[in-house]
Design a protein around this ligand. Structure first.
Ligand SMILES: NC(=O)c1ccc[n+]([C@@H]2O[C@H](COP(=O)([O-])OP(=O)(O)OC[C@H]3O[C@@H](n4cnc5c(N)ncnc54)[C@H](O)[C@@H]3O)[C@@H](O)[C@H]2O)c1
Length: 399
């Protein structure tokens, strides 16, 4: 007689018979499956039942030498392999307010991590956020969500995104805010590095360029250059590209180009290298017009505008942070304008951190692109560097 789909060793061995008997006992105990179990003979004749046939009740009858598929309760439970399909990648978000949660939500939807760990000092709010996020798990791939005010929850992260920061108080100077945020970084960075010594760290908290410089200095020389970088003008560039594409009624992916320098007021739109469908937007040697300047002003003002209207910005920066995380976790080496030390570039002598396009991979910034700039763009870029350094140098030597 032909045996179908059953390994030869299983057909006659005592082990197979024992397994069958055990399965029969388990299945027979399930009253809701009685009609099915009745069709499986406990010790029927091997020769006569090595086939599939329909029983008298019209049910599919299982010949006893064909192993029924075990029920889940018959399978030995082994440690849960969370995020098995996502390469066990772990991303931690430190600071889970509007921006941190928008980043976590975007990472979840982009399915770029197997584990997302949330860290915030506001324990109760954090518990609420984690619970809320987890309860949508029926609608996304398996991702483990961890949350705690203890940094141990972030242990062995591949990437850590830091959004924790104090907001400017009414009447507070920018420098005072910087000093308060420096204190926050002094608290956070050593803890992050204790638990994830090899993680890439992306700083999103504002003032982004200064906080990135501060975080890198606190981390010290044992952390390789580039492992700590800021989201910088990634968001500003996205804002500019989306404005251009809207004007031209095109998909944003058709528009290439960068805003560089400070994430903020002195940022520089590099009109000389903006392309649409790979074609330069401006003719060779053509200067940007008032329309282009107005567009850049809209980019700079848009954060203030959104904050005036809804109280905070979160969705665009959430997508930006998640995109950076995905690039890092997957080591895809996309080119993005991020904040990194630009000493040596365009004649800059200080350890100032501002944005230039850079290749991002699993170890953070892997190389910085020396983007060709016109004389005017270079002048603006150097002005942006000076503006940041003016504030950075006041805290730099005390770190
Ligand atoms: N880089 C960018 O493109 C960009 C864009 C938007 C906002 N931001 C900045 O992101 C930061 C966060 O903005 P938000 O709107 O989410 O603010 P938020 O007040 O909603 O959230 C900040 C969170 O950080 C937590 N926190 C503060 N100190 C902490 C500490 N020491 N340890 C752990 N958690 C701490 C707070 O409990 C809070 O949940 C701000 O600095 C904001 O300016 C940056």
């Amino acid at each position: 007689m032909m045996f179908r789909g059953v390994p030869a060793v299983a057909r006659t061995s005592t082990t197979a018979t024992t397994t069958r008997t055990r399965l029969h006992r388990v299945i027979a105990n399930r009253t809701n499956f009685r009609s099915f179990s009745n069709s499986i003979p406990a010790a029927a004749d091997e020769e006569s039942s090595n086939f599939l046939s329909t029983g008298s009740g019209g049910h599919l009858r299982l010949g006893h030498s064909v192993e029924p598929i075990p029920y889940s309760s018959d399978i030995e439970i082994s440690p849960v392999n969370y995020g098995a399909n996502l390469g066990h990648k772990k991303v931690s978000v430190v600071g889970c307010g509007q921006v941190g949660m928008a980043i976590a939500y975007s990472v979840l939807n982009q399915q770029s991590a197997g584990t997302i760990a949330l860290v915030d000092m506001n324990r109760e709010k954090l518990e609420g956020e984690a619970k809320d996020l987890e309860q949508g798990s029926a609608f996304h791939q398996q991702v483990r969500i961890l949350a705690s005010d203890e940094y141990s929850v972030s242990a062995n992260s591949h990437m850590v995104v830091i959004t924790a920061g104090a907001a400017q108080r009414p009447g507070e100077s920018r420098l005072d805010l910087v000093e308060r945020n420096v204190a926050i970084m002094q608290n956070i960075i050593p803890k992050v590095l204790t638990f994830s010594p090899n993680a890439s760290i992306c700083i999103v908290a504002n003032p982004c360029d200064l906080m990135t410089a501060v975080a890198a200095k606190i981390a010290g020389p044992s952390v390789p250059a580039g492992r700590i970088f800021g989201s910088g003008t990634c968001l500003d560039s996205s804002r500019l590209r989306s404005l251009i594409s809207k004007k031209l009624d095109l998909d944003t992916s058709a528009v290439g180009g960068y805003v560089i320098g400070e994430h903020g007021d002195t940022s520089v739109p590099v009109w000389s290298s903006v392309t649409v469908g790979g074609v330069p937007l401006l003719g060779h040697g053509q200067d940007p017009s008032k329309m282009h300047d107005d567009m850049h002003k809209e980019v700079v003002d848009s954060a203030y505008d959104v904050i005036n209207k809804k109280g905070y910005t979160n969705w665009a920066v959430g997508l930006t942070g998640a995109h950076i995380a995905k690039t890092c976790l997957n080591d895809t080496r996309r080119i993005m304008p991020v904040s990194t030390c630009v000493r040596g570039l365009k004649g800059i002598k200080e350890d100032v951190f501002i944005s230039m396009p850079a290749a991002i991979g699993s170890t953070g910034v892997q190389r910085v692109i020396d983007l060709p700039l016109t004389d005017k763009e270079t002048e603006k870029f150097l002005h942006s560097a000076d503006t940041i350094w003016d504030i950075q140098e006041r805290v730099w030597d005390n770190l």
